[in-house]
Design a protein around this ligand. Structure first.
Ligand code: MN3
Length: 266
């Protein structure tokens, strides 16, 4: 298994990475915590974050830091598809670790700007912001696009703009599912499978993501992601990643995905 503190190889500069985290909310990260200008738009490691608020991300202006947002349901709510023990560890340990890592990296960059930190480590801490910031955002989206199967989770969109667009861009929902599952299953090592909205071509796209931020089309907006890090499924599914992906699809909140699409495609 991979640990949550690994670095990555993204080439973002500090300003880009930090500005990116401000997207979709009123100056999250940049304004209070760091003194950097908040960006009106941008991209964290290649994707734009539409529809997430300060509250969603646990941002506190007073503290100048993030906190772990609560789940919108109980740890056992997604049983039997996602087991309670995995959910609890995933949220309270792994997601919490990304929040801690993000706050720590931002604090280090602040100290560098104020002259008490080691300027030679700007690239290192910038990469940590991209990695842990990506982890925080990805998991926040992940939790918010699942719901219990008994409460409508897993029910595909029967109609509406998202259903229409999936038909147009993928040739039907089943073809989309095949593409999405293959992309997620074939991520090498730790990463994610995503359905994104790509604003230049104005199309839905499916892509794999390496670790928490790499290999995403720049500027695309994540709509639905499946976490395929082993910590997301190994307790229940061991090496059977595809079985876990099938189970995940039983608890997708397609109404939430449709809302994210509506916000992204405006
Ligand atoms: Mn995870």
């Amino acid at each position: 298994m991979h640990d949550d503190t690994q670095c990555n190889d993204t080439g973002l500069d500090r300003r880009t990475a930090m500005a990116a985290l401000a997207v979709g909310s009123a100056g999250v990260l940049t304004a209070g915590a760091t003194g950097s200008p908040a960006a009106a738009s941008g991209a964290l490691a290649g994707y734009a974050v539409a529809g997430l608020t300060d509250h969603d991300l646990g941002w506190s202006v007073e503290d100048g830091a993030y906190s772990l947002p609560e789940l919108p349901y109980a740890y056992d709510a997604l049983e039997p598809f996602i087991d309670a023990q995995t959910m609890e560890i995933h949220h309270s340990k792994h997601h919490a670790g990304y929040v801690r890592g993000l706050n720590s990296a931002l604090e280090q960059l602040r100290q560098i700007r104020e002259g008490s930190g080691d300027v030679a480590l700007v690239q290192h801490w910038t990469r940590k912001v991209a990695f842990h910031g990506g982890g925080h955002i990805n998991h926040t989206i992940f939790w918010s696009t699942m719901k219990p199967a008994g409460d409508g989770g897993g029910r595909p969109p029967a109609s509406g703009p998202l259903a229409t667009r999936i038909d147009r861009d993928f040739g039907g929902f089943e073809r989309f599912l095949g593409h999405f599952k293959a992309a997620a299953a074939s991520v090498e090592g730790s990463g994610w499978g995503w359905l994104c909205y790509e604003p230049v071509s104005r199309k839905l796209v499916v892509t794999g993501m390496e670790t928490q931020q790499n290999e995403i089309i720049p500027g695309s907006t994540p709509l639905l992601g499946v976490d395929v890090w082993e910590h997301a499924y190994y307790l229940k599914y061991q090496n059977r990643r595809s079985a876990y992906i099938d189970a995940f699809l039983k608890v997708v909140d397609w109404n939430a995905v449709a809302a994210r699409f509506a916000a992204a495609a405006q």
